[in-house]
Design a protein around this ligand. Structure first.
Ligand SMILES: Cc1ncc(COP(=O)(O)O)c(C=O)c1O
Length: 492
């Protein structure tokens, strides 16, 4: 982008960031303890932070959340990369309402079938171009990971009750969920720490695929990928290839690393190693999938079809808690020709009301060609972010794909040294962004370097964003980052 284009962009966005909050008709405050800055501490909910006060939200529409203190906040992260269609979508609300009005929002999935559930599964299979053949529905990404781990183990158990396949290989600095099984697969050091003594000990790790931090000077994509494939091969050999169930990774790492895409050729090379040893290639697309990266599935970027794949977040767009495992014909056949039963199940799975919401979200995405918008606006977001923040001394890396972008913060751009974790840099960026006059959400993450040190934020706006929205996001991000790094104690 030329300097004049940047200055035009800056000018255009100038007013947006300092626009006074709109006054809206709002409901009353919550019952929590009000603080002087309009935040409230919960009295009854045991949330993630017991001492932190939060802004109270009273409503939302499109890209915006309306707060009890009168502010309107632009959601540039879709919550936690969830609200892909924005808030208050009337078609989705109608689909949910219609389903509830049939009288069956819930059905016991071991007694009954339901056409909405079947329609959703058909929509999802069609979205893979027929590469996957069955869908297992769950209520969260963590549950989807639990189910994937069990499906993978049972795949081998179906044909051999004495199968020696007991090990998984996952990656460092990865996040796959918070339930005990999913956390066991996760390489998120801080989230694992309190529970380490009882997490599964059959999960082994190789390094992530993080070009910013791991690529050697002058190393080509091919050499980098070959190094990663050799590391995976060595791990198979160390464990005994016949003991490995599968390898698990995120095609674009979300919360743990801040939108780090796999280097071209990586997924294919890793799948080859898995298949050479008869192990399964498993992708976690809970965060990066369902259009977030500009293709419906992140693996479609390079057409590297997995054996099992998890989905979540954008599947239901936040309108219902729903996630899924997509299962390839190879794995389905093993069950079909074996016991014909998956030894798993939960009360809230495959609920018609969940399916009605997700089906409508997916139909809207398809009918309104929102994947194309995610791709086009995502490319523009990359351009704007790199033009405005690429030279900032504390922005070490800007990476991502589609509408999934991460900014990694560093104390020293040359050495890539991270900030002292005690400074809470990512949290400061989030807290500043969400406050007036910026009024924008950015999703913060820490442990980006080694699980403890390292700070990043994720920008993951809705798929309905316009060019003007993208310019606003980039401009406000610049203003927020500038403000945080100029403040005492955080300067480099
Ligand atoms: C890649 C990935 N996998 C799994 C999960 C767990 O999903 P959930 O929080 O819905 O249980 C997450 C959540 O952030 C995620 O990002």
């Amino acid at each position: 982008m030329s300097p004049s284009a940047i200055s035009e962009l800056t000018q255009k966005c100038q007013d947006i960031a300092i626009t006074p909050a709109k006054t809206l008709h709002l409901k009353g405050h919550g019952d929590g303890e009000a603080t002087s800055n309009g935040l409230e501490k919960s009295e009854f909910l045991l949330g993630r932070h017991l001492h932190k006060a939060f802004p109270m939200v009273t409503g939302g529409k499109g890209n915006y959340l309306y707060l009890a203190d009168g502010r309107t906040v632009f959601d540039a992260s879709s919550g936690a990369a969830v609200s892909c269609l924005g808030y208050g979508n009337e078609r989705v609300i109608a689909a949910i309402t219609d389903q509830i009005n049939t009288g069956v929002s819930y059905l016991c999935s071991s007694f009954w079938g339901n056409s909405v559930v079947e329609e959703l599964c058909k929509e999802l299979i069609n979205g893979t171009g027929g590469q996957m053949s069955r869908v297992y529905l769950t209520g969260s990404g963590s549950e989807a990971m639990e189910a994937a781990v069990k499906l993978a183990r049972q795949y081998f158990y179906e044909s051999d009750k004495q199968t020696p396949r007991v090990n998984f290989i996952a990656r460092e600095t990865s996040y796959h969920g918070n339930t005990i099984g999913a956390l066991g697969v996760s390489g998120h050091v801080a989230r694992r720490a309190p529970y380490e003594p009882f997490l599964m000990d059959n999960i082994h790790r190789v390094s992530a695929c993080n070009a910013y931090r791991q690529r050697k000077n002058g190393e080509s994509d091919e050499s980098f990928v070959a190094r990663k494939a050799a590391e995976l091969e060595a791990k198979f050999q160390e464990l005994g290839p016949e003991t490995v169930i599968g390898f698990v990774c995120e095609p674009v790492v979300g919360a743990a690393l801040g939108c780090v895409p796999s280097v071209p050729g990586y997924l294919k090379a890793m799948r080859e190693v898995c298949h050479k040893h008869g192990a399964l290639f498993i992708l976690d697309e809970v965060m990066c999938g369902m259009g977030r990266c500009g293709t419906l599935h992140a693996w479609q970027h390079e057409e590297v079809v997995p054996d099992l794949q998890t989905l979540g977040k954008g599947l239901g767009g936040g309108y219902q808690p729903i996630a899924a495992v997509l299962i390839s014909p190879k794995v389905v056949d093993a069950f079909m020709n074996g016991s014909g039963q998956f030894v798993h199940g939960q009360t809230y799975q495959a609920m018609p009301v969940q399916a009605a919401a997700a089906l409508e979200v997916q139909r809207i995405q398809r009918e309104e060609n929102l994947m194309q918008n995610a791709k086009t606006q995502g490319e523009y977001l990359e351009k704007c972010l790199k033009s405005l923040l690429g030279d900032h001394p504390n922005v070490g890396d800007i990476r991502g794909r589609g509408l999934f972008w991460g900014l990694e913060f560093v104390k020293d751009k040359e050495t890539k040294e991270p900030f002292d974790p005690k400074l809470g840099v990512a949290e400061k960026v989030h807290d500043t962004a969400i406050s007036a006059p910026f009024n924008m959400t950015m999703y913060p993450g820490t442990g980006t370097v080694d699980g403890f040190a390292g700070d990043h934020i994720i920008l993951a706006p809705t798929y309905i964003v316009t060019k003007e929205d993208i310019e606003r996001i980039a401009k406000v991000t610049l203003e927020v980052v500038s403000k945080v790094f100029e403040s005492p104690g955080v300067d480099s």
